[in-house]
Design a protein around this ligand. Structure first.
Ligand code: A3P
Length: 326
């Protein structure tokens, strides 16, 4: 019998999305005007459309890599690092024509939920054809089941990056207000955030989901922290390469390759690249708005002592008994 042709891939149609949105809890958003709660997490309408698409149509490949983060945890940075690491043979970091010098990390490593289904298969951002690199903010339970390993057979990997929640919130607050014509106040954004109403929030639940999975399934999920990347980039990069099954050889280490990758992806280098200074990302955000300060502890310049201790308290309560502290 002739195999049946695969059905054509299509976007969720507007009516289907409208029907879904009207059935979901809705709240004011910190960045989008409104957020909708889907499978326990808050998303913008455009993100939800992408989520439904990938739940319906996305098929992972054997060695796909998924970088998962909460917004403003350092996604752009780790996108660059993953791209440079995975493609280090085809594109040595000292190559004057390295793709990171002419494209943004978001162009090289797209968000799964912002891709059209017809783009899933054509993505080619790794020299190994059984592997692509995607990023996403989607919570563990909402990711397509084929990725999370329920199918059992695929070797695809999840790299989870988190960041101190106070810094993540402050970064999000500045990022949102960068674009908004009517900015949200710090107090309003803070109250929404504490209630868990932020893109892909509650942030604590998202982190905890991936943390627990990383403990259960260490070959599948690697849990990383922004602060550790800042503190000990060499060690973390080696840890990442080992996890992905592409460890640095003795020769690569002694040639300085690890430092070269760290250097091309550093805040200082990336903010000098023209394409990161100009142009816009989806939804009208300037490419430059993904690079603000890039430091640890900037929350001290923005949050009151009460705000900081409230976030710490929620974090402590949510993570109690999990073995995780941030
Ligand atoms: P700040 O707003 O605190 O400066 P995301 O990429 O998830 O949107 O996160 C953005 C945050 O990561 C911003 O934090 C940004 O400055 C920081 N960042 C971007 N590139 C970086 C880099 N190469 N090194 C360190 N931090 C970086």
């Amino acid at each position: 019998m002739e195999p049946r042709p695969a059905p054509p891939l299509q976007d969720v149609d507007n009516q289907e999305l409208e029907n879904l949105l009207s059935s979901l809890p809705k709240e004011r958003g910190i960045i989008p005007s409104y957020s909708y709660q889907y499978q326990g997490f808050w998303y913008s309408p455009i993100t939800l459309q992408g989520i439904i698409n990938c739940q319906k149509y996305f098929q992972p490949r054997e060695n796909d890599i998924f970088l998962v983060t909460s917004p403003k945890s350092g996604t752009t940075w780790l996108k660059a690092i993953l791209f440079a690491l995975v493609n280090r043979e085809a594109h040595p970091p000292q190559d004057p024509h390295h793709p990171l010098l002419s494209k943004t990390p978001h162009q090289l490593v797209p968000f799964l939920e912002f891709l059209h289904p017809s783009e899933y298969d054509s993505l080619c951002n790794s020299s190994d054809s059984s592997s692509r690199i995607f990023a996403t903010h989607i919570s563990l339970g909402t990711l397509p089941k084929a990725i999370t390993g329920d199918s059992g057979s695929l070797n695809c990997k999840i790299v989870y990056l988190c960041r101190d929640i106070k810094d993540t919130f402050v970064s999000l607050f500045h990022f949102g207000n960068n674009k908004k014509t009517s900015p949200i106040s710090l107090e309003d954004a803070f109250n929404l955030y504490c209630k868990g109403i932020s893109s892909a929030g509650p942030i604590w639940d998202q982190i905890l989901g991936y943390w627990k999975e990383s403990q259960k399934n260490q070959h599948k999920v690697l849990f990383m922290r922004y602060e550790e990347m800042k503190d000990e980039p060499y060690l973390q990069l080696r840890r990442l390469a080992n996890f992905l099954g592409i460890p640095f050889s003795q020769e690569e280490e002694s040639s300085g390759l690890v430092d070269q990758i760290i250097s091309i992806c550093s805040f200082e280098s990336m903010t000098k690249v023209d394409v990161n200074k100009t142009g816009t990302f989806v939804d009208g955000f300037n490419n430059s708005s993904f690079f603000r300060k890039g430091v640890v502890g900037d929350w001290k310049n923005c949050l009151t002592a009460d705000m900081a201790s409230r976030l710490d308290q929620i974090t402590e309560e949510k993570f109690r008994g999990s073995g995780l502290s941030l």
